[in-house]
Ligand binder design. Structure first.
Ligand SMILES: C[C@@]1(CC(=O)O)C2=NC(=C\c3[nH]c(c(CCC(=O)O)c3CC(=O)O)Cc3[nH]c(c(CC(=O)O)c3CCC(=O)O)/C=C3\N/C(=C\2)[C@@H](CCC(=O)O)[C@]3(C)CC(=O)O)/[C@H]1CCC(=O)O
Ligand SMILES: NC(=O)c1ccc[n+]([C@@H]2O[C@H](COP(=O)([O-])OP(=O)(O)OC[C@H]3O[C@@H](n4cnc5c(N)ncnc54)[C@H](O)[C@@H]3O)[C@@H](O)[C@H]2O)c1
Length: 302
């Protein structure tokens, strides 16, 4: 039988009283923000090159210890001026406890070496110093696991099988990739821009304003839906729903947008073409908007 979905309490009162049972054994899935943080990577083969790739994308600073020759992809990142400043390469083997490089100077430690005894020593050292460690391929020596990843700009998804089957994880990742709508990256970017503009109008943390901001954002997301959120990338449209919506503490969905005096035709045609579900219904709505628009344009001209 399938186990339950993870469902922590929400603001919904019914949810708060349901107290679903705790199913132990999960990993805590987090999105680590590592910009400029010191990470120690030991090893210079293929697996280390994969670790390095993800660390570079997260803007970390990596101290890499491994004798040459390195995996060509690692050598490339060290030579490439766009990434070289993020890497300090020590061209020598790591020697464990007696090494002058101390694990306690790092936020995370990763090893990808073909030496099990040394890997175990690194793991022991890290646990003594309470530094989180990943020893590639040796689950008992991992405080965190890697997973199959996909990235579409700001959107990141990680599939973990809890160590059961990394290959299966990669296959599940490919299913997710196939299922994602084509404009998902633009949708996430759009909502990010709207949130940033909203914060400029309503700055600060917490309090009544913070709650209003969150409620408005939640409802605006719900009424626009993922399919149309890419429209938020348009500055004029964002101004519109903030002027008419946020400033009046009301929700402006695609249907309520007052497009008069704006480049309304562009918005109108975009809205129709991007709606994944509406066909003729959208056309009907479009005709209505056009008629109202024309009527109002006439009124303005008088
Ligand atoms: C997801 C991915 C991320 C990455 O490493 O970047 C990843 N392994 C990947 C591939 C892969 N690894 C292995 C194979 C060969 C086929 C096979 O054995 O299945 C393949 C397939 C291939 O190469 O295609 C061998 C292997 N791996 C581990 C063991 C030990 C064990 O299971 O006991 C053994 C057996 C060693 C042996 O038999 O001697 C252990 C771990 N591997 C993990 C992650 C963590 C759990 C992830 C999870 O919870 O799902 C964990 C626990 C620790 C860690 O290393 O973090 C990456 C795919 C990314 C992608 O394709 O996008
Ligand atoms: N989790 C995964 O996805 C996964 C997949 C395949 C293999 N692995 C495991 O990861 C490890 C590395 O795999 P690989 O394919 O990159 O191996 P590899 O043999 O290509 O690379 C090993 C690297 O470690 C370096 N090295 C060895 N001793 C060192 C030391 N004392 N100090 C610094 N560097 C040292 C070597 O110079 C080499 O660059 C292996 O143990 C392998 O079993 C993990």
């Amino acid at each position: 039988m399938a186990s339950q979905l993870a469902k922590p309490p929400t603001r919904d009162e019914a949810d708060q009283n349901s107290n679903p049972s705790i199913v132990p054994g999960a990993s805590l899935l987090l999105a680590l923000r590592l910009a400029s943080r010191p990470i120690l990577l030991i090893g210079g083969g293929l697996v280390a090159s994969q670790r390095l790739y993800f660390l570079l994308e997260s803007d970390a600073h990596i101290t890499l210890i491994s004798p040459s020759p390195l995996n060509p992809s690692i050598q490339h990142r060290i030579d490439d001026p766009s990434t070289s400043s993020q890497i300090t390469w020590l061209n020598r083997p790591y020697i464990g406890r007696k090494d002058e490089v101390k694990v306690s100077d790092f936020d995370l430690v990763m090893t990808a070496i073909d030496d099990n005894d040394l890997s175990k020593e690194v793991c022991d050292l890290c646990r003594e110093e309470k530094v989180m460690v990943n020893v590639a391929d040796i689950p008992p020596q991992c405080d965190f696991y890697f997973g199959a990843q996909l990235r579409r700009g700001p959107l990141q998804i990680l599939i973990s099988t809890g160590g059961m089957g990394p290959r299966a994880g990669a296959m599940i990742r490919d299913i997710v990739l196939e299922a994602l709508p084509p404009n998902i990256e633009e949708a996430v970017e759009g909502v990010g821009l709207l949130r940033a503009d909203l914060r400029k109008r309503a700055p600060g943390v917490g309090g009544k304003l913070g709650q209003e901001r969150m409620d408005w954002m939640k409802e605006t997301c719900d009424v626009w839906g993922l399919a149309k959120m890419e429209k938020f990338r348009d500055q004029e449209l964002r101004n519109n729903i903030l002027d008419q919506g946020w400033d009046n503490r009301t929700i402006i969905g695609p249907k309520e947008l007052n497009l008069v005096g704006q480049s309304w035709y562009k918005h109108f045609s975009d809205l129709i073409s991007s709606d994944w579900s509406s066909g003729l219904g959208g056309f009907g709505f479009g005709v209505a908007v056009t008629s109202v628009g024309i009527l109002l344009v006439f009124r303005y001209r008088r």
